[in-house]
Write a protein that binds this ligand. Structure first.
Ligand code: ATP
Ligand code: MG
Length: 233
C-alpha cells in the first residue's frame, strides 16, 4: 500500500533521514521504534509531504507521490496524525470531522462520518462538544477519527500514546488493530509505548540516526535482553 525507498530528507543543511526503505501492506500495522531524535517524526513528515524528500521515492497504492504536495498525497490516501494531535480545540467534534472529510473527494461526507462513528461511540455521543474540552485521550481519538474521514489507505500515527492514561492507550491499540483487520487499513505507527506497540503491531522496525537498523517481531519486545540489544533502553 505504501512504499518508500532510499528516502533522504532533513532540515536545511542538517540531514536526518539517510536512505530509509519501508513498505506497509494492506491490513498491516508496522511500528517504528527508536530513541528521541532518531528521525521518526521526520520520516512521517516526509511521507505525508509536510517535508520534501531530498531523494528517494514514495508511492501509495502504486502511485508515485514523491513530488506531490501534501494535499495531493492526502487525496491519494495518506492520512497523517501528527505528534501532539493538531485538532481544532475551538471547533466541535462534528466540525473537526467535517474538516477531515475534505480529502475524501466525491464521497458522501455524512455517510463517511457515520461509518467512522461506529469505531468511536464517544465521539458520536459528544458530537456537539468543543474538542478543546476533551481529555487528552479523547482528543487523540478525535484526531484519528478525523484522519479516517479522509478515507485513507494508509494512516501515519505519531506517538498517539504520548501523555495518555493506560486504559485509553489500550483502547487505542485495540482500535488500530481493528481498523487494520476490518477495513484493511495500512498503518505506520511511531510509538515508544511498548504496550501499544505490542497490542497493535504486525511487525516492528527500529530506527536509529535516520536509518532502519532492525526488523523485529512484537513478541521480541517482551524479551528484555533483545530489548536492550535493539533499543539500547
Ligand atoms: N524543524 C526542525 N528544524 C531543524 N531540525 C529539526 C527539526 N525537527 C527536527 N529536527 C532535528 O531532526 C532530528 C530528528 O528529529 P525527529 O523529530 O524526527 O526525531 P524523533 O525520532 O521523532 O524524536 P522524538 O522521539 O523525540 O519525537 C533531531 O536531531 C532534531 O533535532
Ligand atoms: Mg517525534
Amino acid at each position: 500500500m505504501l512504499t518508500a525507498s532510499g528516502l533522504r530528507s532533513g532540515y536545511g543543511a542538517l540531514p536526518v533521514l539517510h536512505g530509509v526503505d519501508i513498505a506497509v501492506g494492506e491490513g498491516e500495522v508496522v511500528s517504528v521504534l527508536g530513541r528521541n531524535g532518531a528521525g521518526k517524526t521526520t520520516l512521517l513528515r516526509t511521507l505525508s509531504g509536510a517535508l520534501a524528500a531530498q531523494s528517494g521515492q514514495i508511492s501509495v497504492g502504486g502511485l508515485d507521490v514523491t513530488r506531490r504536495p501534501a494535499f495531493q498525497r492526502a487525496r491519494a490516501g495518506i492520512a497523517y496524525v501528527p505528534q501532539g494531535r493538531g485538532i481544532f480545540g475551538m471547533l466541535t467534534v462534528e466540525e473537526n470531522l467535517e474538516v477531515g472529510t475534505r480529502a475524501a473527494v466525491g464521497s458522501d461526507t455524512t455517510d463517511i462520518r457515520q461509518r467512522v462513528f461506529q469505531y468511536f461511540p464517544i465521539l458520536k455521543e459528544r458530537s456537539g462538544q468543543r474538542a478543546g474540552t476533551f481529555s487528552g485521550g479523547q482528543q487523540q481519538m478525535l484526531a484519528i477519527a478525523r484522519a479516517l474521514c479522509g478515507q485513507p489507505k494508509i494512516l501515519l500515527l505519531d506517538e498517539p500514546a504520548e501523555g495518555i492514561q493506560p486504559s485509553i492507550v489500550h483502547e487505542i491499540g485495540t482500535l488500530v488493530r481493528r481498523l487494520a483487520d476490518e477495513q484493511g487499513l495500512a498503518v505506520l505507527l511511531v510509538e515508544q509505548n511498548l504496550d501499544l506497540v505490542m497490542s497493535a503491531s504486525s511487525r516492528c522496525l527500529v530506527m536509529d540516526k535516520g536509518r532502519i537498523v532492525h526488523a523485529i517481531q512484537p513478541e521480541d519486545l517482551k524479551d528484555e535482553v533483545l530489548l536492550k540489544q535493539f533499543l539500547a533502553l
